[in-house]
Design a protein around this ligand. Structure first.
Ligand code: WT7
Length: 650
């Protein structure tokens, strides 16, 4: 085996060229067609969906500079839940749709397509009985149980928009997301289970709902049987709501551009953004990439380890796999409980053939050594996927050599909540891979790299990653904030969608994502705005000011580094440091708790009062040899004291 090197090229194995959906020539041909004759190409692809009325108007897209609009399959009529359920009933009624693996290895559950269809219909009828109509918003705050997918599909069935909120978010975060979209209903559970421990959900929901007058009813799933407070008139048990409902429910007819869901994600400023996806374009992008990038075939068992609260769970646990009639594994637990073999045990138990996880999980497992992997067979595996953050070549090679035993291609898929589905990723039968590169664009996607001034660069280059076209899966707007949509994505480089990431293109045209260039950080694949963490910190009574940056972290990819200035009469202490960590957990959720807090008597500001984050990032990374130009700082001497303060931290 050659020494680890990011210049290494892994050619497509001959067997893959033959059996995968696309070989290299076919990929190049169809990519060109998708660029030069998009109307015809996408009209053909649209036939992968089941329509009540087939679309004739295929693509109407403008990324500006003047008019910005994204419309796909505009006159088509369909229903997403019909595409994920009803159309499989003829041939796959008894095939496993969802294989659920509980946190406790002794617990698992399988729902066939027929059973899932019936469950979805019962809940859809239940939602209707509570007065939920087409266009209403339903917030879903559930652990990783099949009912989470059922809830999403039940909303889709009746044309309500779901807004799934990650179960690890706090009451405060939940309330903000409910209020922003004026949800009429909340679906939650008593508690969730992870790593052998229970965590509260209904208690957070109760706290949140105090501030959410739009919510008329709260449906509660019994997961653990833990005790919950109850508000008569508002709270309803899930099982009581669905038990007496009919197991069929006429699907709502939806226009292709009718909203399917909102999903909140962090931006570089202010409160989370409600990314809005519509029905047909999103569903087609999710299902096509699931089929072609993740090479799904009928006999596969597919497992994406993401949480349903993130876009990866939406697209690759629920919509993509189910639209393709796949068996999708849903895992409630964590990779290291009861022990570090858990992922690989689950793969053996359910004969998983396609496995899709995040670099942070891979890095955490590398630390446990090879033995927990080698203790399992993994012979069912044939493809490995990576998503959520840049994968370092060391992690890529371990995934390839140890987990996949050099038998399974690695697909590193770059995308975002906003793109809905993978946009830069290898097709495993077509594209040779290089560890650390997401390789080449998917059909219909045109990435471009621009410099600081927004000029498009050609050939080998590095700069900001934009899209001239992101295909049908792109977000259509930010919910009820179209101005912010235009401002955030289309103002940096007129005529282009700005991704927020930096990227390099090599001599073969391969893309290497270098990470966020805005004030968004990616902690264990979870996207957070530094501004969100800062505003949580300054909400603490002892805190005068805070600046938060990301810094390199061996497992999480990026860690959270907070510089905190205390109020005049407050003394720094380890107790206060812990208290601030707890405070952020409560304000946002455990994922946002700072890894490091450095006390700072003041923060480096320019004369105009802007915090010089570039300097703070460098100090946090321990890289202070060249801080760049600090001449615009109001007080340049304080930088030295920050560097001294850094030494006391790690
Ligand atoms: C950000 C989007 C993709 C769905 C899950 C995260 C980073 C994502 C990769 C990758 C390098 C990646 C980017 C992107 N990212 N995948 N394969 N290589 N970076 O969705 O929460 O919207 O975060 O995740 O920085 O902008 P998200």
């Amino acid at each position: 085996m050659s020494a680890p090197s990011s210049d290494a090229i892994f050619p497509v194995p001959a067997s893959w060229q033959r059996r995968a959906w696309f070989d290299n020539a076919a990929y190049r041909r169809d990519y060109q067609r998708s660029m030069h004759d998009p109307q015809r190409f996408w009209a053909e692809q649209a036939e992968h969906l089941d329509w009540f009325h087939h679309p004739t108007r295929i693509r109407d897209v403008s990324y500006g500079p003047e008019d910005i609009h994204i419309r796909w399959f505009e006159d088509g009529v369909l229903n997403a839940s019909v595409n994920c359920l009803d159309r499989h009933l003829l041939e796959r009624a008894r095939k496993a749709a969802i294989v659920w693996e509980g946190d406790d290895p002794a617990e698992s559950r399988t729902l066939s397509y027929a059973e899932l269809h019936a469950e979805v219909c019962r809940l859809a009828n239940g939602l209707k009985s509570l007065g939920i109509c087409k266009g209403d918003r339903v917030t879903v705050y559930l652990p990783m149980v099949p009912e989470a997918a059922v809830a999403m599909l039940a909303c889709a069935r009746i044309g309500a928009m779901h807004s799934v909120v990650f179960a690890g978010f706090s009451a405060e975060s939940l309330a903000g997301r409910i209020r922003d979209c004026d949800a009429k209903l909340l679906i939650t559970a008593d508690e969730g289970m992870r790593g052998g421990r229970r965590f509260a959900l209904k208690a957070n929901a109760d706290e949140a709902l105090k501030r959410c007058p739009s919510v008329q009813a709260c449906v509660v799933l019994r997961r653990t049987g833990g005790e919950v407070a109850w508000l008569d008139g508002r709270d309803r048990w899930y099982h009581e709501l669905v038990d007496h409902q009919a197991s069929n429910c006429e699907p709502e007819t939806m226009n292709a551009e009718d909203p399917l869901f909102v999903l909140y994600t962090s931006g570089s400023t202010g409160k989370p953004k409600g990314v809005l996806h519509t029905t047909a374009g999103y569903l087609l992008a999710a299902s096509l990439t699931h089929r072609y990038v993740l090479d799904y075939h009928d006999e596969d068992v597919f497992w994406c380890t993401a949480d349903i609260g993130w876009v990866t769970g939406h697209s690759y646990i629920v919509y993509g796999p189910l639209a393709n009639g796949a068996t999708t594994v849903m895992f409630e637990g964590v990779p290291t409980w009861p022990d570090a073999s858990r992922f690989w045990q689950v793969i053996d138990k359910h004969r998983v053939s396609i496995f899709y996880t995040a670099p942070t999980a891979i890095r955490a497992l590398i630390r446990q050594g090879d033995a927990p992997v080698r203790a399992t067979s993994r012979k069912s595996l044939r493809l490995l996927g990576s998503v959520g953050e840049p994968i370092n070549p060391e992690a890529w090679l371990w995934y390839y050599n140890v987990v996949g035993e050099q038998r399974c291609p690695i697909v590193d898929t770059w995308w975002q909540t906003e793109t809905g589905a993978s946009v830069i990723a290898p097709l495993p039968g077509a594209i040779a891979t290089k560890p650390g590169s997401a390789t080449l664009p998917f059909f219909g996607v045109e990435p471009v790299i621009v410099d600081e001034d927004g000029r498009v660069l050609e050939g080998e280059c590095e700069g900001r990653l934009c899209l001239r076209d992101g295909g049908p899966g792109m977000l259509r707007t930010l919910y009820r904030d179209h101005d912010r949509f235009v401002q955030t994505y289309f103002s940096a480089c007129p005529g282009l969608y700005f991704t927020g990431d930096g990227a390099r293109r090599d001599k073969d045209g391969y893309f290497w994502i270098t990470g966020r260039v805005d004030d968004v950080i990616n902690v264990s694949g979870h996207r957070l705005g530094t501004a969100e963490v800062e505003s949580a910190l300054v909400a603490h009574p002892e805190v005068a000011e805070a600046a938060v940056v990301g810094y390199p972290h061996p497992v999480k990819g990026q860690g959270i580094y907070a510089y905190v200035t205390l109020k005049a009469n407050t003394q720094p202490s380890d107790e206060l440091r812990n208290a601030l960590g707890q405070w952020v957990r409560k304000e946002i959720g455990p994922i946002a708790a700072p890894d490091q807090i450095q006390w700072a008597s003041s923060l480096p500001k320019t004369r105009s009062g802007k915090i010089m984050r570039r300097v703070l990032r460098k100090i946090a990374a321990g890289d202070t040899t060249d801080l760049g130009d600090t001449s615009t700082l109001a007080d340049a001497t304080m930088v030295e004291s920050l560097i001294d303060g850094r030494r006391t931290i790690a």
